[in-house]
Design a protein around this ligand. Structure first.
Ligand code: TXA
Ligand code: MG
Length: 328
C-alpha cells in the first residue's frame, strides 16, 4: 500500500468515484487546496462556479496527472510548453495554451485558451491517477476570499457544499501557481506564484514579461482579492512603530506580519515573523485567517524583498490591501 499523507487509498478510490458521478472533491496540492470536478462534466463544472460564488467568465485550471496529458487538451504542444513542463511539472506552474476541442467552454469561461497544471502533491497525483481524466479545480475558497492551505480552511469556507475533502496536511508552497501564457508571441506571466519568474526566464533562455497582455485577462483580476475580513495595509519597516501606535491609539486591534529581521512594536496585539520568503509564502494565508479568527481589525504587512517568491507574496498582499467594494 502506498503511503499518502492524511488520505488513505480507500479515500482516493471514493473520491474518484464521486468525481465520476458528478461530485465535487476538495483536494490538497502543493500550492493551495483545489475544489475539483470532472473537467468534462458540464453539470459538475457548473456546480463549482455555484459553490464558490464565482462569476462564470472566470476560468478554471485543468489539472492533469502528467505532461503527456497536455496533448489531449491543446491542438499543438509548443517547444516552450515542453521545456517548461519538463523542468517544472509536477509543480506550481500553470501553462495557458490554445484550447483543444475536448475542453468544455464553461471550464475556460468561454475563452479560446485553457490553463493546465500537474500539481506536485502525492494525494493530488494519486487522485488524478485513480480518476484517469482531467480535473477542473479553482482554489477551494469562496470567491474573493483567502485561498485555503489546510483541509480545515476548506471545511470552514465551503463545508457541506463539497462532497468530500481529502486532507493532505498543510500546503508546502502556500501560494497559488505561477500562470504563464504561451499563446502570444512571447511567454508572459499572468499571475506570479510558486515558480519564480527568474526560474522561467532561466528555463526558456529569454526574459519573461509579467502582466496581462491586453488588460482584459488578468487572473484573480479584480483588484480586491485574496482578502481577509481585517483591513490590510502594506507597511515599510521604518513606518511600523508609528503606524502601530497610531492605529492602536484609535482603538484598533493591530496584527503585524513581517520578515524576521523587523522589530515589531509591543503594542501589536498579534504578530507573525517569518525568516525566509518560502516560510512567508507558506504562512501567509493561514496567518490572515488566524488574525480574523482572533478578531484583529487591521493587519500591517511588511513585504519581503521582491526577488524570487517575494514577487508573488507582494502581489497577494497588494490584492489583500486593495480597496474593497462597499457591499463586501
Ligand atoms: O495553484 C493553483 O493554481 C491553484 C491550485 C488548486 O491548482 N488553483 C488556483 O485556481 O489558484 P483559481 O481558480 O483560484 O485561479 C486560477 C486563475 C484564475 O485567476 C483564472 O483567471 C486563471 O487562473 N485562468 C484560468 N484559465 C485561464 C486562461 N485560459 N487564461 C488566463 N487565465 C486563466
Ligand atoms: Mg483562487
Amino acid at each position: 500500500m502506498t503511503s499518502l499523507p492524511g488520505s488513505s487509498t480507500d479515500e482516493i478510490g471514493q473520491a474518484a468515484r464521486l468525481l465520476a458521478s458528478g461530485g465535487l472533491v476538495a483536494f490538497p496540492t502543493e500550492t493551495v487546496y483545489g475544489l475539483g470536478a470532472a473537467a468534462d462534466d458540464p453539470a459538475a463544472v457548473a456546480r463549482v462556479f455555484k459553490v464558490k460564488g464565482r462569476p462564470t467568465g472566470h476560468p478554471l485550471i485543468v489539472h492533469v496527472a502528467d505532461a503527456d496529458a497536455l496533448a489531449g487538451l491543446t491542438p499543438e504542444v509548443s517547444e516552450a510548453a515542453v521545456r517548461l513542463a519538463e523542468r517544472f511539472w509536477p509543480g506550481p506552474l500553470t501553462l495557458v495554451v490554445a484550447r483543444g476541442t475536448s475542453v468544455l467552454p464553461s471550464v475556460t469561461g468561454g475563452q479560446d485558451t485553457v490553463a493546465v497544471r500537474v500539481p506536485n502533491h502525492p494525494v493530488a497525483l494519486a487522485l488524478l491517477e485513480a480518476f484517469g481524466r482531467p480535473i477542473a479545480a479553482p482554489s477551494a475558497n469562496r470567491f474573493g476570499a483567502v485561498s485555503p492551505t489546510t483541509a480545515a480552511h476548506v471545511r470552514a469556507d465551503l463545508g457541506g457544499a463539497v462532497d468530500l475533502v481529502l486532507d493532505g496536511g498543510a500546503c508546502a508552497v502556500g501560494l497559488e501557481s505561477t500562470i504563464v501564457d504561451l499563446t502570444g508571441g512571447s511567454p508572459r506571466v499572468l499571475r506570479p506564484g510558486g515558480v519564480p519568474v527568474e526560474a522561467l526566464s532561466d528555463a526558456l533562455g529569454e526574459p519573461v514579461a509579467v502582466g496581462s497582455r491586453d488588460g482584459i485577462r488578468a487572473p484573480g483580476g479584480l483588484a480586491s482579492h485574496y482578502a481577509p475580513d481585517a483591513r490590510v495595509f502594506l507597511c515599510e519597516p521604518d513606518e511600523l512603530d508609528s503606524r502601530v501606535a497610531e492605529l492602536s491609539g484609535q482603538g484598533a486591534r493591530v496584527a503585524v506580519l513581517a520578515p524576521a529581521d523587523v522589530v515589531i512594536p509591543g503594542a501589536a496585539r498579534a504578530r507573525l515573523v517569518v525568516a525566509e520568503p518560502s516560510a512567508y509564502a507558506r504562512a501567509l494565508y493561514a496567518a490572515l485567517r488566524d488574525f480574523d479568527a482572533r478578531g484583529m481589525d487591521v493587519v500591517l504587512a511588511v513585504p519581503p524583498p521582491t526577488a524570487g517568491l517575494g514577487r508573488a507574496i507582494l502581489d497577494r498582499l497588494s490584492r489583500a490591501a486593495a480597496p474593497r467594494p462597499e457591499s463586501d
